[in-house]
Design a protein around this ligand. Structure first.
Ligand code: XBP
Ligand code: MG
Length: 223
């Protein structure tokens, strides 16, 4: 196989971002006086729903008797605030890329292997994260980006990976996906991609038996 592209997931794969997402959700819930607080164990469970809006909608529907169900318009506004807080946290908290990410990027560039992104989060979050980690625009590193706001069904649907392949104009058999979660793995495999898993803080207990390999970090990734 001649490897033509490496497709990175973002949250939990490029960096351990989920604690900042969680903080941002809670800050938005506070502003909207919802009386909701997502602690780590609730959040671990809720991460089974990919995408922030989808996660809020799912949680709001869990308590029909308590009248907590939100309208789509309310979810959009709450999520807008969450995104703003998340950007602020990213700028203030300087996250590092996960071990081995930078060296995979460097080696891929030297070998003319394209780099792409397939994420459940939004483009603005990807741009802010890449700027905060590497101080460059996203397109300086990743030639193709596909985000959750471009698809009708988020991960574990294969839509996002099919979209990234379409943008890359490359066959699935010539690419590899790097993921941290079961939803991401199901999504990538659904598009026919070989998938390497590096579990993250919240996903380490998930079942990755579908994956081509499960690595403790990308420092051990040979390609
Ligand atoms: C993981 C996610 C994301 C974030 C929240 O995405 O499910 O939804 O938790 O981000 P990835 P938004 O595919 O990168 O692992 O609130 O911006 O949706
Ligand atoms: Mg992820």
């Amino acid at each position: 196989m001649v490897l033509k592209a490496i497709i990175f997931d973002v949250d939990g794969t490029l960096a351990e971002t989920e604690e900042l997402h969680r903080k941002a959700f809670n800050k938005a819930f506070n502003k909207w006086k919802l009386g909701w607080y997502w602690d780590r164990s609730i959040y671990e469970e809720l991460l089974k729903i990919s995408g922030g809006k989808e996660r809020i909608s799912h949680f709001s529907g869990l308590f029909p008797d308590q009248n907590k169900t939100l309208l789509k318009r309310e979810i959009d506004l709450i999520h807008q605030d969450k995104t703003k807080y998340y950007s602020e946290f990213l700028i203030r908290n300087k996250l590092l890329p996960k071990p081995g990410v930078a060296s995979v990027i460097k080696k891929a560039k030297q070998r003319n292997i394209k780099l792409a992104i397939a994420t459940a989060t939004s483009l603005i979050n990807v741009e802010t994260l890449v700027k905060s980690i590497w101080r460059v625009q996203v397109e300086e590193i990743f030639s193709v980006v596909a985000t959750g706001d471009e698809v009708s069904k988020n991960k574990p649907s294969a839509e996002i990976y099919n979209l990234v392949l379409e943008k890359l104009q490359t066959k699935a058999r010539d690419c590899i996906a790097i993921e941290d979660s079961l939803n991401g793995l199901i999504s990538a495999k659904g598009a026919g991609l070989k998938t390497i898993i590096v579990p993250s803080f919240y996903t380490k207990g998930e079942d990755f038996s579908l994956a081509e390999a499960v690595l403790t970090s990308l420092l051990n990734f040979e390609f």
